[in-house]
Design a protein around this ligand. Sequence first.
Ligand code: 4NP
Length: 158
Amino acid sequence: MTKVLFVCLGNICRSPMAECVFNTVLERNNAETLCKVDSAGILSYHQGEQPDRRMREMAKSRGYTLIHESRPVKTQDFFDFDIIIGMDESNIEDLKDRAPSVEAMGKIHRISEFFSPGAPFDHIPDPYYGGTEGFNTTVNLLEDACENLYEWIAKGNK
Ligand code: 4NP
């Protein structure tokens, strides 16, 4: 079983949505046993909170039920997970700073590695301080990335 951890800044918008979309892809492919999925934040500021209301509403309008309790990334995550995926360059830099070993550093991936060619961004823009469109873009980018991530893992990569 491949263990996948999605990481963003607050763990209330992008990474819990990533966890939800990826779990949905696994279910659709009858592949729930292929991966264990979780998400976490660089910040501990929102620890214990449900996802942002705007992200939950966008999720619902796109057919998802978004449930997660925000938690910060911890050192043990670098031992417990096989693939740790950051949503933007700042997340990647923060994850690198926290990686306890060179081996752990090798588990860090950019979400953009799984974007299809021609994707409109090279990261997932932080939707927190913007309007509704940012939350819509987050779901669009994640649906594409999670499909490609699933195929990559199903081929035996980690
Ligand atoms: P996320 O969005 O990283 O996608 O969960 C954010 C949530 C909270 C904050 C920043 C980004 N914040 O600064 O509190």
